[in-house]
Design a protein around this ligand. Structure first.
Ligand code: AP5
Length: 223
């Protein structure tokens, strides 16, 4: 089973993708995270992507599409993946269709976490992330016991550089200019499951799991 999780920055894509991936034995494929990791290691991919990510605009397709084809062809993606952050516009969506065809995979569903723009700003301004296991915390909504260390693995917690008001506004603009079209396209293909993301993490998760269970049935029937 191959899924996609979409929504504005701060909708909770990373938070929910991690939980859904664990529950359904999928690999989480997140280009933003792959590029941040590459940057931390001083690798070429991260250095090329840096200026775009700092501005909150899309990294050029030729970088992202190659990265995604490589990642989805790795052995751990054979059992299925949840795409978190790709595609972000129609040209990336066409590229994904090509990748899926070449790898003999299909896209089974798109989980859309819908959250209003003002909530996004509040969420991203209070986000803390673990350097080691990537768990996301929020200073008000899901605070860690100690603001400097991850409850789960003890890793160091940090604020992302692009979580500042100017870049958040640009990321929201980028989201609406690319993804509004895609939501319409995937809706027409009958793939979208919309979930109200402006609720507790566990309530959102319950709805997403319900949607994936209904897909597991239909994917099973197709095979
Ligand atoms: P990326 O890393 O993908 O960032 P994003 O899409 O802006 O999304 P975020 O990771 O900020 O948010 P999220 O939805 O995962 O929310 P989270 O779960 O952390 O992309 C970064 C950059 O990389 C882009 O700007 C672009 O430059 C580049 N890039 C990436 N993909 C690309 C592509 N395909 N093409 C070109 N360029 C690309 O949650 C946020 C906070 O809210 C956390 O603190 C969390 O604890 C809290 N929270 C979560 N759910 C809830 C809830 N239900 N209630 C209360 N709080 C909650």
């Amino acid at each position: 089973m191959n899924l996609m999780i979409i929504g504005p920055p701060g909708a909770g894509k990373g938070t929910q993708a991690k939980k859904v991936a664990e529950e359904f034995n999928l690999v989480q494929v997140a280009p933003g995270e792959l590029m941040r990791r590459a940057l931390n290691k001083g690798e070429e991919l991260g250095l090329k992507a840096r200026k775009y990510m700092e501005q909150g605009v899309l990294v050029p397709d030729e970088i992202i599409v190659e990265l995604m084809e490589w990642r989805l062809s790795q052995p751990d993606a054979v059992q299925g993946a949840i795409l978190d952050g790709f595609p972000r516009n129609r040209s990336q969506s066409r590229a994904l269709d090509g990748i899926m065809a070449r790898l003999d995979k299909s896209l089974d569903g798109v989980l859309f976490i819908d959250v209003p723009d003002d909530v996004v700003v509040e969420r991203l301004s209070g986000r803390l992330l673990c350097k080691k296991c990537k768990k996301a915390y929020h200073l008000a909504f899901s605070p860690p016991k100690d603001e400097s260390a991850c409850d789960r693995c003890g890793g160091e917690l940090y604020h992302r550089e692009d979580d500042n008001p100017t870049t958040i506004r640009e990321r929201l603009h980028t989201f609406h200019s690319g993804m509004d079209d895609l939501i319409e396209d995937y809706g027409q293909r009958g793939l979208i499951f919309r979930v109200d993301g402006n609720r507790d993490i566990e309530d959102v998760h319950r709805d997403l799991v319900g949607a994936v269970h209904s897909l597991v049935g239909s994917v099973g029937e197709k095979q």
